[in-house]
Design a protein around this ligand. Structure first.
Ligand code: ZN
Ligand code: ZN
Length: 194
């Protein structure tokens, strides 16, 4: 069953993309639901795609772009996001999607953040962007006040848990800016403009 997209929404989308396919610029685009939910008609979930890009690619399990990558493409519109060279960056930032706000250990999250930052450093302009990215998502310096005497272990544990939550909050606050930075980085890569 197909649910219809409100006319106004469809018009706004097509106007935004000048009535062209978002991927290849082709004519007469269909409207694709990025999250594959045909009843989810938010503008941010819709993408105009020409019949080729739509049916041959996006509705073909072996060719389609991951939903999360398509969301990034919808948000930033940079075609470099769809290039294979972006894939290793894309994969390394996926962990940002699944940050829960609790006080559980953050070691593996810190490792993934550091891996992404290190990876970014290998790109053109990478030193600059790595540094900025580190401010947004790098591990926070955690200084614990050690105390002696009864209950000190518990106080230490409590500080750790608070620090874990702080870092998680830090990532949730900054992940959008971090993603924007990753897309901005693409501007300086030769392959992105080729
Ligand atoms: Zn197309
Ligand atoms: Zn579709």
């Amino acid at each position: 069953m197909r649910e219809t997209i409100p006319k106004k929404t469809k018009e706004a989308l097509l106007d935004e993309y000048d009535h062209r396919c978002a991927v290849c610029g082709g004519d007469r685009p269909h409207v694709h639901h990025i999250d594959e939910d045909a009843s989810h008609n938010d503008l941010s979930n819709l993408l105009p795609l020409c019949p080729n890009c739509h049916l041959r690619d996006q509705h073909n399990p072996t060719r389609k772009v991951e939903i999360q990558k398509l969301q990034l493409f919808r948000q930033f519109k940079d075609p470099a996001i769809l290039k294979p060279q972006f894939q290793p960056i894309f994969t390394r930032q996926l962990f940002l999607e699944n940050i829960a706000l609790n006080n559980e250990a953050v070691d593996s999250i810190e490792t993934q953040a550091n891996e992404l930052i290190e990876f970014v450093r290998s790109f053109e302009m990478g030193e600059f962007y790595g540094k900025k990215l580190n401010e947004f998502i790098g591990p926070l310096r955690r200084a614990f006040i050690m105390s002696l005497g009864p209950g000190s272990d518990l106080r230490y544990e409590e500080q750790r848990r608070n620090a874990n939550r702080d870092y998680r909050q830090h990532l949730l606050t900054n992940r959008e800016s971090a993603r924007a930075l990753l897309v901005e980085l693409l501007r300086y890569q030769g392959w992105a403009n080729a």
